[in-house]
Design a protein. Sequence first.
Length: 251
Amino acid sequence: MNRPFFADKNLRHRVSAAILAVCLIVCGVFPSGPAQAAAPKCNTDAGTAQSLKLSSLKTGDTVTVCASWLVTRQTTSVGPPAQSSGSASGQVSSTRKTTKVTVPQRRFFSATPDRPTIKSNVYRSIKPGDPVLLASTATRHQHLALLLGKPTMLRFTPVSYRWTTGDAGVSVRSQVRHRYKNVGRYTVRMSVNYKSEVRVLPSGRWLTLPFQVTRVAPSVEIVVASEKPNLGGVAVLVGKTCLEHPSAVGC
């Protein structure tokens, strides 16, 4: 008497395994196409934290942090036959050696410092000789991501500034007080250098990366004019309307 097709247990297992493999490929668990792009080559050592070996890479104004596992591996080496008189003939000795190895890089994440902007006290225009106050919005900030399952923060801190006021004026302060002598239009430019640090939680230690990132703020135009003073949007009471007196203040 012939047995049913699925009566053979080994055959059933092979068919079930084939069906499962097809389902996993279709569902996207196993990639059926080309492998994903490899992680960037972080060639700058950043230290060790929470059993992770960290390295970093700077590309333009973007910082990338890479992580790989630090694991302990035990190996057993076989030595020559024992020479002691009490040992059996041909018996070999074995020693256990513990070495720390680094598992190949597996995870990384990238972040870019926030782009700063320029703030000033000038509304529309300002008269020659009046003080112009310039300030940067750059502040310390951080980005959070999971790196090999561990919460990791990448922090950026402004450490230096460079200002140009458009009339040959230069400053390296975080805030600038400047006076324009002549009427005209002046373009203010500013750049910020950020220090970058990485921290793997819950460790309280920040690891400083060996490079800085420069971000350039959008430029701002300052108009210096003597015809119409800067009122800053403040209401002013006048005796006549602008139709009656077009050259009055605020018209």
